[in-house]
Design a protein around this ligand. Structure first.
Ligand SMILES: *Cc1c(COP(=O)(O)O)cnc(C)c1O
Length: 394
């Protein structure tokens, strides 16, 4: 049972270990990304923008982008210039929209690489226009209007001024206004009146753009949840993030999306302990009977949320087992009961759920957060590995 026993050591398959010595692996199934992209595409007549920001929600941006494009996505969406330029550096030439920039950021490289730029303020428009004039080629911009999220986008009162600036910049040959767009606040709350209120303001904002002499060919408003639950919001393009990664975005409804990431590690220590044994910092957990504790080399620095302590479960030895005591920075402890667990045994923290293993959505519930935070939180120490659905690394 102990780690220094030969029986445990013989189970180790050293060839399966990361060459870097990583203690855990996040396996990303690109076939699942393809499946989800195609499934989402069947729910709309609009074009599909695969949102691959934040390193593809932690799945690896370039691999996800390629898989989504191959499965029918026609656009890619990212938050920052750095992400957009990484896509171009990888040789991806599909349309890309980048939507969050410093007010005075030099956007020349984006324009040069034919990345579309979102603009929410006259100051941003000036930065884009100046860079375009320096380069001698117009920038393609998507004007963003705040229809109720109260985050980015021009407020209703500021929209006419932004339109006026955009008309002038377009007349001067500095920009081409390609889209009007906005983001929904409550699409994952089916029936919430916020969606139709935002949709109405969006229509008004688009009409104002037309009245200002602009004829943007595209409108886009919907995220994953709206793609599946609010068809009236689809317009010309839908921006799917979380659904691509296989998380069902509409509470209480299942569309057949397939979680793409599996996070696993291997047991690094095993011990039999008597009843009354305190486990991990602060002894939040004390064993109630003799049991076997298995140490998992993943902690909150790797994205295993500390707030899930006392609730979380993992898949070990063909069953769910509770994580006991506080989740530490680098490690957590699993109560394996009386099962024959050994060093080197595989522990799945989350996966698609097919075998009964927990999912990222389960972890989100245990941690009081959303699956997005679980997926994007998987830390830099975790090795990334890509498969095409057959379990074989590519
Ligand atoms: C992240 C993001 C999306 C994707 O939303 P999901 O709910 O993950 O589908 C779409 N649009 C914008 C502006 C975003 O920031």
């Amino acid at each position: 049972m102990r780690c220094d026993r030969l029986s445990g050591v013989t189970q180790l398959d050293l060839t399966a270990r990361a060459p870097t010595g990583a203690l855990a692996t996040a396996t990303v199934d690109l076939a699942a990304i393809g499946h989800n992209t195609a499934l989402l595409g069947r729910h709309t007549r609009a074009g599909l923008m695969a949102v691959v920001k934040a390193d593809g929600f932690g799945h690896g941006m370039v691999g996800v982008a390629r898989a989504a494009l191959a499965a029918g996505a026609s656009w890619l969406g990212v938050t920052s210039s750095a992400e957009a330029l990484l896509l171009r550096a990888a040789g991806i030439r599909a349309p890309v929209l980048s939507w969050l920039h410093d007010v005075d950021e030099d956007l020349s490289a984006l324009i040069d690489e034919e990345v579309d730029v979102s603009v929410s303020t006259p100051q941003h428009l000036r930065s884009v226009a100046e860079a375009a004039l320096r380069l001698g080629r117009p920038a393609r911009v998507h004007l963003k209007v705040d229809t109720g999220l109260s985050r980015n986008g021009a407020a209703a009162d500021d929209w006419p001024e932004l339109l006026a600036w955009a008309s002038r910049a377009q007349a001067a040959g500095a920009v081409r206004v390609h889209a009007v767009w906005s983001h929904l606040a409550t699409a994952d709350l089916p029936g919430h009146p916020g969606v139709s209120a935002q949709a109405r303001r969006f229509d008004e904002a688009y009409a104002a753009a037309r009245a200002a002499g602009l004829a943007p060919p595209l409108r886009h408003l919907a995220n994953s949840a709206a793609l599946l639950a609010a068809p009236a919001t689809h317009h010309d393009l839908v921006r799917a993030g979380i659904g691509l990664y296989g998380i069902e975005p509409v509470p209480g409804r299942t569309f057949g999306l397939r979680p793409a990431m599996t996070l696993r590690a291997r047991v690094v220590n095993v011990k039999r302990v008597p009843a009354g044994t305190g486990v991990s910092y602060g002894f939040d957990h004390v064993t109630s009977r003799p049991t076997t504790l298995a140490l998992v080399p993943l902690g909150y620095a790797d994205g295993v949320p500390r707030t899930a302590s006392g609730r979380a479960q993992v898949w070990l030895g063909g069953q769910r087992r509770p994580v006991v005591g506080r989740i530490a920075m680098d490690q957590c402890v699993v109560d394996a009961g009386d099962t024959d667990v050994r060093c080197g045994d595989e522990v799945v923290l989350f996966g698609p759920g097919d075998r009964g293993e927990p999912t990222a959505a389960d972890w989100a519930r245990w941690a009081g957060t959303i699956p997005h935070e679980i997926l994007t939180g998987v830390g830099a120490r975790v090795r990334r590995e890509v498969t095409l659905g057959n379990g074989e690394p590519q």
